[in-house]
Design a protein around this ligand. Structure first.
Ligand SMILES: [Ca+2]
Length: 591
């Protein structure tokens, strides 16, 4: 008999910063005993990144294995096309029951993207209302973060997010019970996606009190004066309404304590799922994967939330637990959540369709220690709020390179400077090879010729009094057009140098080979305008609702007179272990 295909339980947290967790930092005060156990028995990726430090774009990349610009994953109202293959499609083709409990932030009419069953609705809107608007970058939209999450941090009885995650975990537990009772011949891939420890920083007293006697450390890098922040961070500070303002230390500590408590809440929920796996026997053949969509600056460098490529914002926890298949180890090379689709496909033996585009690379060589491509490279793209042009990131070996056409580039040596204090290319001239056609500030280069809806036409948008600082825009040259339409997934080898000027030239060369940043910027603008127009129409008249509605058919639940059989049969089928099985086990008989 062929070996049974493994189940996959993929657990996600939202905004969980890898550098803060005890999973990745043994000195962390954050209490996550279940994750710690999984880590000690599993394969831990200590340098795992998201490919877009914002919720929806990161998740779309994660489910599809493709970079944001390939699939239109620009912001938190982007529409992932229904014909983009996801890991759910690949596994479902292989006979898997694919299900999603919790958040994935799909926007648009397809709210499933290959998941056969979605157990809950999403926590965020499924429409285009949160589109970013680069035509009017000075307008601060009402859905942008502000600092109320920090100023109001503390213990609570209940929140919107607790409503959500309690349902997510309950439905996930129930899914596992249902699976073992009615679908044991079919493998499952269940994605459990919690919204914690995402802000607001508010958690129940049960978890808040667990940090009563814990010294809550302040950020390692305190606030940087606004005018000394890098150009992108300056825009983010305006975006989150923190520009020119400070935060009281007490509020920062409360926010961090509540965040720690929320991480423990996530861990406790993971413990609940592990318990069900064990009690049902599903733990024998289930690969557990844990990761997230992005991190949280949580006050580092004076920044909060995400939207930047700094470690706290961009690095995500990642572990794979299947001790019988993959022996415990730590992986220090750079990987990303974009690699999960080919990894899941590898795990279940699903063939990838090689004619289809894919940017991720299977992590199986790291898991098994066997042969295979190890790129040690992460590519990232960010086109959401706080930007006005694509902000790309290349993480390779010890280096992290961040580039856009409107900001001075950043280069950090993560080995010598893990806290990213020194921009090695600050003030260096841009290599001559890149001096092409100068561009004006992106906000000014495009003329809107038709009367497109602006955020003021949509509900609850508000202009901010302070205009974006024109000094934020640098007259850097436009990159050359892409030299290769489909760059190889094998990245170039690192040059044997630590000379910042040489590294800058090398990374800029690769950037221009890999991306046509001006074309991407135009695509982003067009996508934004399309979505603003469609959204402004769909909120008129009878609203068109795309929010997923979990289907519950009461005629198939519990005890009914039709369909499920008589009362005794229903009780028998719903009981686990089954009475006969229990009797056999008690007598040591295999059935
Ligand atoms: Ca998120």
């Amino acid at each position: 008999m062929a070996e049974k295909k493994p189940n996959i339980l993929y657990i996600m947290a939202d905004q969980m910063a890898a550098p803060l967790l005890s999973l990745h930092d043994k000195d962390s005060p954050i209490k996550t005993p279940n994750l710690d156990r999984l880590a000690s028995e599993g394969v831990v990726f200590d340098s795992a990144y998201c490919n877009a430090p914002l919720c929806a774009p990161s998740r779309f990349v994660m489910v599809s294995g493709q970079l944001p610009s390939k699939i239109g994953a620009y912001d938190n109202a982007a529409d992932l096309p229904a014909d983009v293959p996801t890991y759910a499609h690949y596994l479902r083709r292989e006979g898997y029951h694919t299900a999603l409990a919790g958040k994935m932030h799909f926007c648009g009419p397809d709210q499933l993207h290959g998941y056969e069953q979605r157990l809950t609705s999403d926590i965020y809107p499924g429409d285009y209302g949160w589109s970013v608007n680069w035509d009017e970058p000075e307008v601060r939209l009402d859905f942008y973060h502000n600092m109320s999450s920090v100023m109001e941090a503390g213990p609570v009885v209940r929140t919107n997010q607790l409503d959500f995650d309690e349902e997510v975990i309950y439905k996930s537990e129930q899914y596992l019970y249902d699976h073992v009772r009615s679908r044991t011949d079919q493998p499952f891939c269940l994605t459990v996606s919690m919204t914690h420890p995402h802000d607001p920083y508010a958690m129940t007293k049960e978890f808040w009190d667990m940090y009563e006697d814990v010294e809550i450390p302040m950020p390692r890098n305190g606030p940087i004066p606004d005018d000394q922040q890098d150009a992108h961070s300056q825009r983010v500070l305006k975006c989150i309404d923190l520009w020119g303002k400070g935060l009281p230390e007490e509020n920062i500590k409360n926010a961090r304590r509540a965040y720690y408590a929320a991480c423990t809440y996530v861990d406790t929920n993971i413990g609940k799922l592990l318990k069900v796996l064990k009690n049902t026997g599903l733990d024998e053949n289930t690969i557990i994967v844990f990761s997230g969509d992005h991190g949280d600056m949580l006050g580092e460098r004076g920044l909060w939330y995400k939207m930047t490529w700094f470690e706290n914002s961009a690095r995500v926890p990642m572990l794979v637990h299947a001790p019988k298949r993959f022996s415990p180890k730590r992986i220090s090379e750079n990987v990303s959540t974009m690699d999960l689709l080919p990894t899941f496909a590898d795990m279940v033996g699903a063939p990838l369709v090689k004619e289809l585009p894919l940017d991720g690379v299977s992590l199986m060589p790291y898991l098994t220690g066997g042969e295979g491509l190890r790129t040690d490279t992460v590519y990232g793209e960010y086109m959401g709020e706080g930007t006005q042009a694509p902000l790309i990131m290349i993480r390779r070996g010890r280096w992290k390179f961040v580039y856009s056409t409107i900001d001075p580039p950043l280069l950090f040596d993560l080995v010598d400077d893990p806290e990213e204090k020194i921009n090695l290319v600050a003030g260096l001239p841009i290599p001559s090879a890149t001096r092409g056609v100068p561009v004006k500030s992106p906000a000014n280069t495009l003329t809107v010729t038709t009367s497109l809806p602006t955020p003021n036409d949509t509900p609850r948008a508000s202009p901010i009094p302070e205009r974006a600082n024109e000094k934020n825009s640098y007259p850097f040259p436009s990159p050359f057009p892409s030299r290769s339409s489909s760059p190889s997934r094998v990245p170039p080898a690192l040059p044997d140098t630590k000379d910042p000027a040489k590294l800058l030239a090398w990374f800029i060369e690769e950037t221009h080979n890999r991306w046509d940043l001006e074309k991407i910027r135009q695509d982003v603008l067009h996508s934004q305008r399309r979505r603003r127009l469609v959204y402004s129409a769909l909120i008129q008249g009878t609203p068109q609702v795309w929010d997923w509605e979990p289907r519950v058919d009461p005629s198939t639940q519990y005890v009914r007179n039709r369909g499920k059989g008589v009362l005794d049969d229903v009780e028998l089928m719903s009981r686990w272990p089954r009475v006969l099985q229990q009797a056999a086990q008690a007598n040591g008989i295999q059935i």
